[in-house]
Design a protein around this ligand. Structure first.
Ligand SMILES: Nc1nc2c(ncn2[C@@H]2O[C@H](COP(=O)(O)OP(=O)(O)OP(=O)(O)O)[C@@H](O)[C@H]2O)c(=O)[nH]1
Length: 399
């Protein structure tokens, strides 16, 4: 099972261009991307430094591929259609949209920073991209608020038992109601207290309820803004303005040109350039017309200024920074790579332990877990030890 990154945005912001660019990969022979019959799901990759060279090995990836010591690990990119005003009330694709959003582990919100599409996705000029950012956040907050209100109603109608001490804590009821958002009672309790609220919904006014819904949404729907169309002057101006606006400090904004990424990948496919996704430069290696050369030079300036086209960066930031995921390589401490060196590389939650990793490999391996061995230091690792990003671990089992 790979991680799911949900791509969301109103019409005409460049969501399709982003999706196509991110999933248009020149995968080398022998790498088998998953097959899908759903055109809104594609395979993208997150790049990490491959661990194999540290062990003087050449990796043989089962999934994804390795290019010049960067290991590209597959993730699913899901094009979530249907962001329109009122989605939380079931308008348009409303409920389906929310269900699809919920299946994603983390979101990339594609926003047209050029200001050339209005809130409905129609052409315009001078539209403030902040409205789009607020609009998605508000849709999500209203949705959370609706679910939260139901939980509060349930709690208030519950019989609390005749004796003091029999009461059911509100966090239990809310945790059940909000379970689809992958939260739990401890988190809810922490958020309630962090907002200086009492654990008693009778004392919460409308603002308190909204604040709670918003805070729960922020914690459980990590998201990155892909500031798209950054190749236009208007987008650069908007970007400067928004990134220096303290109201938007809570957001991670990645300057992006889906166009540039698509052009580079196409040029690479036809052998005109040598380009590796995520890189801030490329080489022209084929014949190009003057017009193509000028286009490529404009892209070169862009990727130099923004350290890449932003497509790969947005996906990697979403997974590794917003979601705080990490990768772990199964390894051999004794250097026995007879089954193929560094075949696998798994994406795991940031707090995954050695035992979690064992269970990720197989439930039998998890059940039989004795200890792990850190293949770099050859030190023994206990079940509860949190693994580092790019750990190389051998699991020793009873079996
Ligand atoms: N300048 C510029 N234009 C872009 C970029 N990405 C997309 N566009 C343009 O924006 C318009 C919309 O792009 P699409 O990729 O079709 O947008 P979408 O959000 O998927 O739109 P719908 O399919 O209508 O939902 C097209 O005219 C694209 O050429 C970009 O990075 N820079």
């Amino acid at each position: 099972m790979s991680y799911k990154i949900g791509l969301v945005g109103k019409p005409s912001v460049g969501k399709s261009s982003f999706f196509n660019a991110a999933t248009m990969n020149d995968v080398p022979e022998g790498a088998y991307p998953f097959t899908t019959i759903d055109p809104s799901v594609g395979e993208a990759y997150v790049g990490v430094d491959c661990a194999a060279p540290e062990f003087d090995e050449e990796c043989e990836p089962n999934h994804g591929f390795c290019d010049d010591d960067t290991r590209f690990v597959p993730v699913q990119l899901v094009d979530v259609a249907g962001l329109i005003p009122g989605a939380h009330e079931g308008k348009g694709l409303g409920n389906q949209f929310l269900t699809d959003l919920n299946e994603a582990d983390v979101l990339v919100h594609v926003v047209d920073f050029s200001g050339e599409t209005d809130i409905e996705g129609e052409p315009t000029e001078g539209h403030d991209p902040r409205e789009d950012v607020d609009f998605l956040e508000d849709e999500l907050d209203q949705w959370y608020l609706g679910v939260l209100e139901k939980g509060i109603e349930k709690f208030e109608s519950m019989y609390q038992g005749p004796n003091p001490g029999d009461e059911i804590g509100v966090e239990h009821v809310l945790a059940e109601q909000l379970s689809a958002f992958r939260t739990n009672k401890d988190e809810i309790k922490r958020v309630v207290l962090s907002l200086d609220l009492e654990l008693d919904p009778e004392t919460w006014d409308a603002d308190d309820r909204f604040a709670l819904a918003r805070e729960m949404r922020k914690r459980t729907k990590p998201m990155v803004i892909a500031a798209n169309k950054m190749d236009t002057p208007a987008a650069k101006e908007n970007y400067e303005e928004i990134t220096s606006d303290p109201e938007y400090d809570h957001l991670t904004i990645v300057p992006t040109s889906a166009h540039a990424e698509k052009s580079l990948k196409k040029a690479a496919e036809s052998g005109v350039v040598d380009y590796r996704q995520g890189e801030a430069d490329f080489d022209v290696v084929g014949d190009v017309s003057d017009e193509q050369a000028a286009g490529l030079e404009a892209i070169r300036e862009f990727v130099a200024e923004f350290d890449g086209t932003g497509v790969q960066q947005a996906i990697e930031t979403a997974l590794f920074e917003e979601l705080d995921a990490k990768v772990v390589f199964p390894g051999s401490a004794s250097g026995d790579w007879s089954k193929g060196p560094f075949r696998d590389c798994f994406v795991l939650p940031g707090d995954a332990t050695a035992e979690d990793f064992a269970y990720h490999l197989h439930s039998d391996i998890g059940d039989g877990f004795l200890h792990g061995i850190d293949c770099r230091s050859r030190r023994q690792v206990g079940a509860d030890t949190e693994l580092e990003h790019r750990a190389v671990l051998e699991v020793v089992t009873t079996g």
